[in-house]
Design a protein around this ligand. Structure first.
Ligand code: BEZ
Ligand code: FE
Length: 314
């Protein structure tokens, strides 16, 4: 099979002829035949087959290959405990949504999942019913309330909502050096009737971080970095499958061309506009505000993977 022999050394049993691209691919795939872990073997052999197929199909040049290595190197250099450029590649190439779709086929009546994104920070403060997640001025007040239910419509008491969002400066607290660490994030527990409520702000569209390798890819390919306005929620409850999801503002820009392909129609909601003097206004609100009623539905089962804190150390 090999022109140069298994060792690769010239003359080590090979004939004196060039090795074809197909032979290189076959040789590399065969090198994993002895991998003891069958799943790892399957993944590595398929990875090599598809990677070599891609290189061959596009006829990748040496200059293009060197540029790709340069961008991968830059991806490593820009990634730290606050910036996760690898997740951004996965998100912007649709891989995160593909993995999510394979892991969570449309659940029967349960709230659909979508990407976690790079701005999740574990350990948000547990806040009481109705509390404000904004620790400083952050935009139009939003009253978000509803129930957590099972797929039979029964309320789930003691479910946990883990919520995070950006403010009207477009930033998440983890990106904003001026903001307190717990700004615009919090955890809430449902009461005996499965009810929850919290004060948030109306989310605004924002660009994914585009000052690094992913941003260069977007610019070079004529893609924009914008995401439609959304609030992130993870819902967890014993005996049920957790869901990592967003609630999208149905009136937002970019719903049709989200930079990370994360919009699902079932996750769009209308934020109802309310007047400053509306008698239902939350305590302390003196300006126009919005409200959002939201039921979240969990499928029965166990969680094989609660939120994975991918690459984060804080
Ligand atoms: C986010 O929604 O926070 C997000 C998701 C993917 C990439 C960048 C940001
Ligand atoms: Fe987000």
């Amino acid at each position: 099979m090999s022109a140069t022999g298994e060792s690769g050394a010239p003359g080590a049993g090979g004939e004196d002829r060039a090795v074809s691209p197909a032979e290189i691919t076959a040789q590399v795939i065969a090198r994993f035949d002895s991998c003891a872990d069958p799943r790892l073997r399957e993944i590595m052999q398929a990875l090599v087959a598809h990677l070599h197929g891609f290189v061959t199909e596009v006829g990748l040049t040496e200059a293009e290959w060197a540029a790709a290595i340069g961008e991968l190197t830059a991806t490593g250099h820009i990634t730290d405990d606050k910036r996760q450029e690898f997740i951004l590649w996965s998100d912007s190439l649709g891989v995160s949504m593909l993995v999510d779709a394979l892991a969570h086929p449309a659940p029967d009546g349960a709230t659909e999942s979508t990407v976690l994104g790079p701005f999740y920070v574990a350990g948000s403060p547990l806040r009481p019913y109705g509390a404000d997640i904004a620790e400083q001025e952050a935009g139009v007040p939003a009253w978000v309330h509803g129930r957590v239910l099972d797929t039979g419509g029964e309320p789930i008491a003691g479910a946990e909502l883990d919520v995070w969002q950006n403010g009207d400066n477009r930033l998440y607290a983890v990106q904003d050096e001026e903001a307190p660490d717990d700004h615009l994030r919090g955890r809430f527990e449902t009461d005996a009737e499965g009810r929850f409520a919290f004060r948030a702000v109306r989310p605004v569209p924002y660009p994914i971080p585009d000052d690094g390798p992913v941003g260069r890819m977007l610019a070079a390919t004529g893609r924009h970095p914008w995401r439609p306005a959304h609030v992130h929620i993870v819902v967890r409850a014993p005996g049920h499958r957790s869901v990592t999801t967003h609630i999208f503002d149905a009136e937002s820009e970019y719903l049709g061309d989200d930079a990370v392909f994360a919009v699902k129609p079932s996750l769009m909601r209308t934020f109802e506009e309310r007047a400053a003097d509306d008698p239902e206004r939350p305590e302390g609100v003196e300006e126009p505000w919005v409200s959002l009623e939201l039921d979240l539905v969990l499928a029965p089962g166990e969680d094989e993977a609660a939120v994975k804190d991918l690459g984060r150390t804080h």
